[in-house]
Ligand binder design. Structure first.
Ligand code: FAD
Length: 388
């Protein structure tokens, strides 16, 4: 249960985020979506206001907020019709550096990230031939004198063209030589500014949503030995440690999407008159919206619970996963109901619904698909046999 004081703080954070979002109305996002543009000004203003550096401790120049505060920021961005996909990674990719970086790495990067001088908003894990089976990934990093040489391919890596640094996962010990598949993977910090064109080729993917996702081709890219993040061979842990926070943050974003759709649906159902009365006077129209409201508020409670456990340093894997799944389901359903409520006008880009509908669909698949969450719950919470 949140204290009144904490609720007040969260309400104030949301109010400040909403005020900033008001400078970037929905037509701004519609234009970027059509142009496949990046919200450079919005991200800069969010960073300068300290919102995207929410989770960087104050000693490194960040805002030093707790996870639930960061959740409030992403939720409100989504709620205002903005696309939080351009913002969330700044919050959680940095966590890998904070938790596993050496003192020198943290001192070199974190203050600059907090000041908005460096952008660490890219995270390279997924590969075309292995997908969700992360430990089978094929990108390799080999020591060669005083550098690591990286070869392989990644796919769907977001914001690479709008980031200075990327956290990359690659195999450093071949799979047949490790006792567990999770061993022998290592995480690296790649400086994209020097890498692109010098062993790293970036190819944007023409995708359904404006997420700036790219395919990456590594051809003996050389990076300094010092760019290893955490221990060699323990990179899977680096990635795993950030997953709960990432899931909770994404879940908050979905709650924001859902509340956006519910508000839009309710407004439209009150105003749109057909057969001489508002469509919202029909229970066939109002019940689906009311159900979405109930499901969204339940998901929001799970987000809050997961975030509070995380803040307390308590285990929160099941709650983080359930929050992500329930919130993604709620937002997807609320998006569908918003489409139905708006009738034919839902298809007009002017109403913005179809853009958010496309955007929120992502969270059934990324950063983890619903099936993988269910398999985690089945195996690790319910004790059912491992399925893969
Ligand atoms: C817009 C976008 C942005 C992205 N950004 C990033 C990023 O920045 N960095 C990054 O590393 N990745 C990113 N991804 C990749 C994303 O994390 C993956 O797409 C996702 O993890 C699923 O992997 P896959 O696409 O290879 O699906 P697959 O692994 O091929 O799975 C396909 C389907 O099969 C199901 N499935 C697979 N195995 C099982 C099983 N054992 N049991 C039940 N069902 C199963 C999955 O649930 C899924 O529905 C992004 C993806 C998109 C679309």
């Amino acid at each position: 249960m949140l204290s009144d004081e904490r609720r007040q703080t969260i309400a104030e954070i949301k109010k400040a985020v909403a005020a900033l979002c008001d400078n970037y109305g929905e037509d701004y996002w519609r234009r970027l979506d059509a142009e496949r543009g990046y919200p450079t000004e919005f991200v800069r203003e969010m960073t300068e206001a300290g919102f995207l550096t929410a989770l960087i401790p104050e000693e490194y120049g960040g805002s030093g907020m707790a996870l639930l505060d960061a959740c409030a920021i992403l939720e409100e961005i989504s709620r205002r019709g903005a696309h939080a996909g351009a913002c969330h990674a700044q919050m959680y990719v940095m966590g890998a550096l904070l938790r596993h970086g050496s003192d020198a790495q943290k001192a070199a990067y974190l203050p600059k990230i907090a000041a908005g001088e460096l952008r660490l908003q890219s995270f390279g894990v997924t590969e075309p031939s292995t997908g969700t089976d992360t430990t089978s990934l094929k990108t390799v990093a080999k020591r060669d004198g005083d550098v690591w040489k990286i070869s392989g391919q990644k796919v769907w890596i977001s914001r690479v063209e709008h980031s200075d640094l990327m956290v990359l996962l690659a195999r450093t010990t071949p799979l047949p030589e490790v006792s567990k598949k999770t061993e022998g993977l290592s995480a690296f910090i790649v400086d994209l500014r020097s890498a692109i064109g010098n062993g790293l080729t970036v190819q944007p993917i023409d995708a359904m949503i404006n997420h700036h996702a790219c395919e990456l081709f590594f051809d003996d890219l050389e990076i300094p030995l010092d760019n290893l993040l955490g221990q060699e061979g323990k990179g899977f842990r680096v990635i795993l440690d950030g997953m709960n926070a990432e899931r909770i943050l994404i879940a908050a974003e979905c709650v924001g999407d859902s509340r956006y759709f519910i508000e839009k649906s309710s407004d439209y159902a009150r105003e749109r008159v057909v057969f001489g009365r508002p469509i919202g006077a029909n229970q066939g129209v109002q019940f689906p919206i009311a159900r979405c409201h109930a499901e969204t508020e339940a998901a929001a409670l799970m987000v809050e619970r997961a975030a509070l456990l995380f803040e307390a340093g308590a285990p929160c894997g099941p709650e983080a996963n359930m929050a992500k799944m329930l919130a993604a389901d709620a937002s997807w359903k609320a998006g569908d109901v918003a489409m139905q409520t708006h009738g034919g006008f839902a298809f007009s880009r002017e109403y913005h619904i179809e853009r958010k509908f496309r955007e929120t669909r992502l969270y059934q698949i990324a950063p983890i698909s619903t099936n993988l969450i269910l398999s985690y719950l089945a195996e690790h919470v319910l004790g059912l046999p491992r399925s893969f």
